[in-house]
Design a binder for this molecule. Structure first.
Ligand SMILES: CCCC/C=C\CC(=O)SCCNC(=O)CCNC(=O)[C@H](O)C(C)(C)COP(=O)(O)OP(=O)(O)OC[C@H]1O[C@@H](n2cnc3c(N)ncnc32)[C@H](O)[C@@H]1OP(=O)(O)O
Length: 305
């Protein structure tokens, strides 16, 4: 499937791109009641793991991850997210997307560790392409993306949030955010490291990446990892207010500025995508890395409550 970022999509999606979706679109050409999108007239479209609540009147869609229990980024969720974002982006009704979780207490637990353990190189290749694709699609989106972080946000969850233009985090001491890869015995690829540096600066990233720091809300705000920390029941409304602020700027000027700020970082990956995949596959296939990940996963499974 040809995607904007020029990625080849997972084989099963290439064969039947929409087969991964349980599309609940209610006729996009149908005139929506209530001014084109609000109230009962809201068109619902999405998929099994991504719920999209579009509001044509405001031009904003709320996209909710729904992969219980912890929204781990399985190949299916990654694929559905990319397709959902592409659908919204291609519909000129929409200018902004709020990314949030439909699962209680967790925004996303990051990459699905079962996708990284005990699989073969072909699987890792397909999986990493999907990770790259989601990052490129979000990081370079012409839409305004706001992360309404209503739960824990480690590793891959943080990566999605970092790709957004603005982050609002619920004020709950259990909702940590950060890149904790080193604690799993793995390293962050250069393009995600660059995104971190772009957000919180070099010294803070150097420290946080090596230590695998997960920041509670107050510290995340202090270090600049999130833009606002608000009571949990105000995360979505604050994200909508932030969205309105960003949408008050003419699209063309905002988009050109976003591209100017992000292009160099994205180009670094675009220039060497295949090499990055090869690096990832050879790294993840190492016995020592597989062992570390399995130990981490086992600890997670045993840790209850
Ligand atoms: C090689 C370079 C890659 C660089 C890029 C990104 C790397 C990553 O993203 S790796 C993933 C790192 N993620 C984490 O370290 C988070 C791990 N999870 C947690 O800390 C907690 O689960 C979380 C705080 C998110 C939620 O806590 P709880 O609500 O208490 O849930 P549980 O811990 O009981 O988990 C429920 C269930 O889900 C399984 N689980 C959790 N996270 C993952 C995951 N990332 N992948 C796969 N499965 C996950 C956990 O084992 C439990 O399973 P069961 O025991 O079978 O119920």
């Amino acid at each position: 499937m040809a995607l904007a970022s020029g990625v080849r999509f997972p084989a099963r999606a290439l064969l039947r791109p929409w087969s991964l979706l349980r599309d609940t679109t209610l006729g996009r050409s149908e005139p929506a009641a209530g001014g084109g999108g609000g109230g009962d007239g809201a068109r619902l479209f999405g998929s099994q793991r991504v719920l999209v609540e579009p509001d044509a009147a405001s031009g904003v869609a709320v996209m909710k991850f729904r992969n219980p229990p912890v929204n781990s980024l399985s190949l299916e969720l990654l694929t559905e997210l990319v397709i959902s974002l592409e659908k919204v982006e291609n519909d000129k009704t929409f200018r902004g997307v709020i990314l949030t979780s439909a699962c209680p207490r967790v925004f996303s637990a990051g990459l699905d560790l079962t996708e990284l353990c005990g699989r073969n190189p072909a699987h890792y290749t397909e999986y990493w392409k999907a990770v790259q694709e989601l990052w490129l699609r979000t990081y370079l989106s012409s839409l305004v993306l706001v992360a309404a972080i209503n739960g824990a946000c480690p590793a891959g969850g943080c990566i999605i949030a970092l790709a957004c233009d603005c982050r609002v985090l619920a004020d709950n001491p259990k909702y940590h955010i950060g890149l904790n890869e080193t604690l799993l015995g793995i390293t962050t690829p250069f393009w995600l490291k660059d995104t971190y540096v772009n957000t919180i600066g070099h010294r803070a990233s150097e420290q946080a990446l090596q230590l695998g720091s997960l920041f509670p809300p107050s510290e995340a705000l202090q270090v600049g990892l999130v833009d606002q920390v608000v009571p949990e029941d105000q995360v979505l409304s604050t994200a909508l207010s932030e969205m309105a602020r960003w949408l008050a700027v003419p699209d063309h000027a905002r988009q050109l500025t976003k591209t100017m700020m992000r292009k160099a970082t994205a180009d670094r990956l675009l220039r060497q995508r295949d090499a990055d995949i090869q690096n990832f596959v050879s790294f993840i296939c190492r016995d020592s890395i597989q062992k570390s990940l399995q130990v981490y996963l086992e600890k997670l499974r045993q840790r209850k409550g």
